[in-house]
Design a protein. Structure first.
Length: 681
């Protein structure tokens, strides 16, 4: 008996003497018996079988190597009980002529007087496999369905058929656990002693959890360890070769993708190549401006499974599996359209970064999700600008620095700015801005070095008559200076320049926040409270989220300095919720430290140490020092958190620090915000 799980024929025994119903085995079918077991895909299999029960034409779509055929075979077998007249597989891979599709089906089913006449009202399922290169036959398939009321059709194709009544199912890559299981199973078929290592998980991820890629990589374990395969992945398209008896189109990943590429029209090939310039996907607007995308051509690449689409908070994004993108990148490098495509790419993301920078004082938070989603593209644009475009590089690095600082990407900001400045020596506004932004990275730039950068930026801005650049340099001189009178003088100068120039009221938030910081350091609680409330009102008036976040932080500092630790905890929790909601990662971590200090002040020393250690662990992960001992904020932590440590026994201290280091940061933040809700109640 041939059973539905598609294993080899089995001898089946019935136990007992009573009568049994007839076995429902696969007796009317030509479904091939795979040489290896079906692994994973339980959810996908259930979904496909469910769709088959409610539609007459179901197309499984996906790029080469996704596992469409294997899933379709398994689903056809699983659904076989609904088709008493049989389940039949019609392989179309060898065909090029669409007129031969129904002829092949006739031959498979044994039709002698016409396919529709042979099927008539039979309850039958036909699986047409690899339809993409004969997709012009789709209308004939739709006509066959219309003539045969009980016929259902399951299709695998790299593009949808686009006929009436079609239901498509995009086959996703494997789930991570299924991908690992597939790799290990196939590797053990090569070497029964194969033992998986940590590298297997990363290898599967780097191969997009693509079944064909995983199988080909597993076959290579006869020669290479998973660690070696990881190191060689830059040549993945040629490294991963199939067995001798594999379909020639699937001998290598290159052949698999090339098969799809060669079926594209000239316009489709051109767009496919150009889209390789994007790293991490793109919006339609970016594809249109950079790659000259048109709706129909873009949709065609989606239909052919060479491009994928996913929704995000900032709208739909289009992306390629990395293996497909690598092939498209090779095609782009081989063509004449590489230089103009890359130039348009850099210009587009420079303009986007500059818009985000200019709006940082106002609705800057609205840009954060956009910048987060374009982070990889921004990095790619910066990489391209490094090769012969020093002015573009310094402009882009300077525009990105504020975003990097908000997200705690401080080492990346420092390295990118320093590299750009080393290549761009012109005394222009772009150099002044980059110098100012480099000096603003106070977590890892020493005071003397920062002040030297700012002095140069200030001189350049004054020479250019750039009042706004001058005010910004003075603002950061105030932040960088360890001398309070000098810092206050710089902040006041910055304010005076902005007010004299006029029209830049929101720009005043920077030096105003600096004065709040100075007053906090001096313990001038009443002055801080008044100034911070004015700062908050300014932020609300202009919809300036970053300004509101700064004001909430200084308002939380006030009760901490005044000794009202319960109120301080409440305010830091509010500031934390605001910063977290706005996406300001590094400020969120600082508000967590504020809450830890307030909790230490209330005598809950173990919890204070645990929360602080969670914050320090995150700072270290971002490449930022735990505490700046020369800064008042660092001195506050030494007083409160250091004092809490001193109150704990050695074993209590070790347990609290260990719990903080191992804690999930989001869980810790939720805990603090839960406390806020309790306090409000």
């Amino acid at each position: 008996h041939r059973l539905k799980d598609l294993s080899a024929p089995e001898r089946v025994y019935q136990l007992g003497e009573r009568d049994f119903p007839a076995l429902k085995s696969l007796y009317r079918t030509n479904l091939p018996v795979p040489a290896t077991p079906f692994l994973g895909r339980e959810a996908e299999l259930s979904e496909v079988v469910g769709l088959l029960a409610g539609t007459r034409l179901l197309t499984l779509t996906g790029p080469g190597g996704t596992g469409k055929t294997r899933l379709a075979l398994q689903a056809a077998a699983a659904a076989s009980e609904a088709y008493p007249d049989g389940v039949f597989w019609i392989p179309l891979a060898p065909l090029r002529d669409p007129s031969l599709v129904l002829a092949s089906a006739s031959q498979t089913l044994g039709s002698k007087n016409g396919l529709a006449e042979h099927i008539q009202d039979k309850a039958m399922l036909c699986l047409f496999d690899n339809f993409e290169q004969v997709v012009a036959a789709a209308p004939e398939l739709a006509a066959l369905l219309a003539s045969c009321p009980n016929l259902d059709v399951l299709v695998t194709s790299r593009e949808r058929l686009r006929v009436q009544g079609e239901q498509t199912y995009p086959v996703p890559p494997l789930a991570a656990s299924d991908g690992e299981a597939l790799f290990v199973t196939r590797a053990r078929a090569v070497d029964p002693a194969f033992t998986p290592s940590e590298a297997v998980r990363e290898l599967c991820r780097r191969l997009d959890e693509l079944p064909l890629a995983l199988e080909l990589a597993a076959a290579r374990t006869a020669l290479f360890s998973p660690e070696q395969l990881l190191a060689k992945l830059s040549g993945r398209l040629d490294l991963l070769k199939g067995e001798r008896d594999a379909d020639p189109r699937q001998q290598t990943l290159r052949a698999t993708i090339e098969w799809s590429y060669e079926l594209l029209s000239d316009d489709e090939q051109r767009l496919f190549r150009r889209l390789a310039v994007f790293s991490g996907g793109c919006t339609y607007e970016a594809a249109e401006e950079i790659a000259d995308a048109e709706p129909d051509t873009l949709q065609s690449l989606l239909d052919k499974s060479l491009l994928r689409k996913r929704d995000s908070k900032t709208g739909p994004r289009y992306w390629m599996l990395e293996t497909i993108r690598e092939y498209a990148g090779e095609r782009l490098r081989d063509g004449e359209d590489e230089p103009p495509t890359r130039d348009r790419f850099v210009r587009y993301f420079l303009a986007l970064a500059e818009c985000a920078y200019e709006d940082r004082r106002g609705g800057g938070a609205t840009w954060l999700p956009i910048m987060d989603r374009e982070r990889d593209n921004m990095r790619a644009a910066l990489d391209l600008a490094r090769t012969g475009h020093p002015e573009t590089e310094v402009r882009l690095a300077g525009a990105l620095a504020h975003y990097w600082r908000l997200q705690g990407l401080i080492p990346e900001a420092r390295d990118s700015l320093a590299d750009a400045l080393a290549r761009h020596h012109a005394r222009d506004a772009w150099r002044a801005r980059a110098l100012t932004q480099l000096a603003s990275l106070g977590w890892i730039v020493p005071e003397a070095e920062a002040l030297a950068y700012l002095d140069e930026a200030l001189d350049i801005s004054r020479d250019l008559g750039d009042a706004r650049g001058e005010a910004l340099a003075l603002e950061w001189i105030g932040h960088a200076s360890g001398d309070p009178p000098a810092a206050e003088h710089a902040f006041q100068q910055s304010l005076a320049i902005l007010r004299e120039a006029g029209g830049w009221e929101l720009e005043e938030a920077g030096p105003l926040a600096g004065l709040c910081q100075l007053n906090v350091a001096a313990g001038e609680v009443e002055r801080v409270e008044s100034a911070a409330r004015r700062l908050y009102e300014l932020g609300v008036e202009h919809g300036a989220v970053e300004t509101q976040a700064a004001a909430l932080h200084y308002l939380a500092d006030c009760p901490l300095l005044a000794g009202d630790y319960q109120e301080a905890e409440r305010r830091y929790a509010r500031a934390l919720a605001f910063a977290r909601g706005a996406g300001y990662h590094i400020q969120t971590v600082n508000e967590l430290l504020g809450a830890a200090m307030a909790i230490a002040g209330q005598g809950d020393f173990s919890r204070a140490v645990r929360l602080a250690e969670a914050a320090y662990t995150e700072k270290e992960a971002l490449g930022i020092a735990r505490i700046r001992h020369d800064h008042f904020w660092g001195r506050l932590q030494e007083w409160f958190v250091g004092g809490a440590r001193a109150q704990l026994m050695p074993e209590e201290l070790e347990a609290a620090e260990s719990a903080g280091r191992e804690a999930d940061l989001d869980a810790v933040l939720d805990e603090v915000l839960g406390t806020e809700a309790e306090l409000d109640a």
